[in-house]
Ligand binder design. Structure first.
Ligand code: PGA
Length: 253
């Protein structure tokens, strides 16, 4: 089954609303005529409303970078799925390794966040990936199995078919040290097989992205691989021109 490529730019904690407006005005004309690829920007909470307004009617979707699993409550500093959908946010990044590492995001909370996001109509991108030590110890598959199984635990087969999973080796994030095509393909194929263990039909439709030091020079090679359906791009997504080149690479490959 042909899966539409998906390129998502993860801004992390970058860009004020003024910066974001400059960026989106530059990006929209660059990507408006590139067909056959889904494009999203994953932006800080304070940029969401402005980016939703500025991208309305365009091909660019707007994602948040986190949300709380509960419907409401005493969780200072958090937002709910309904708060995101109320302002027409399309999706949300869940379980990015920075959130797992610095904010104690657990697989258990993520399993519930996936349910809450889907119930609200958000498109979740679940991030998984191993550390350098885990890879060196030969524990990459064990780590991925754990994260995917726990993350998908509460989803039905039908719900699983609606999510995106980003394989992001932690040692490749923000380091300039990109996974080799063999490493990236092998891990993404393994993630897809894990999805298939839970929901055979979903394995064909779930998009598996690669993330970790993707840039305009290496994108085409990675995106051409059989089990890589797109990219979650950090640093290289901050510049509109560079990001548009990665979007174009997804169609060419
Ligand atoms: P990077 O980040 O492209 O800057 O390595 C990727 C990510 O963290 O999603």
């Amino acid at each position: 089954m042909a899966r539409t490529p998906f390129i998502a730019g993860n801004w992390k904690m970058h860009k004020t609303v003024a910066d974001a407006e400059d960026y989106i005005q530059a990006l929209l004309p660059l990507v408006s005529s590139i067909d056959g690829v889904d494009v999203a920007i994953c932006v800080p909470f304070t940029d969401l409303q402005a980016m939703v307004d500025s991208t309305r009617g365009s091909r660019v979707e707007v994602f948040a970078q986190n949300m709380h699993e509960a419907e409401k409550g005493a969780f200072t500093g958090e937002v709910t799925a309904a708060m995101l959908t109320e302002i027409d946010v399309h999706g949300v990044v869940l379980g990015h390794s920075e959130r797992r590492e610095y904010y104690n995001e657990t697989d258990r909370a993520l399993a519930q966040k996936l349910v809450s996001a889907l119930d609200a109509g958000l498109h979740p991108i679940l991030c998984v990936g191993e550390t350098e030590q885990e890879r060196e110890r030969g524990d990459t598959e064990r780590k991925l199995r754990h994260q995917v199984q726990e993350g998908l635990e509460r989803l039905t087969a039908q719900q699983i078919a609606q999510i995106t999973i980003a394989y992001e080796p932690i040692w490749a994030i923000g380091t300039g040290k990109v996974a080799t095509p063999d490493q990236a393909q092998e891990a993404c194929a393994f993630v897809r097989a894990l999805v298939g263990d839970r929901a055979a039909d979903a394995a064909d439709v779930v998009r598996v992205l690669y993330g970790g030091s993707v840039n305009a020079a290496n994108a085409a090679e990675l995106l051409a691989l059989a089990d890589i359906d797109g990219a979650l791009v950090g640093g290289a997504s901050l510049d509109a021109e560079t990001f548009s080149q990665i979007v174009a690479a997804a169609v060419a490959s």
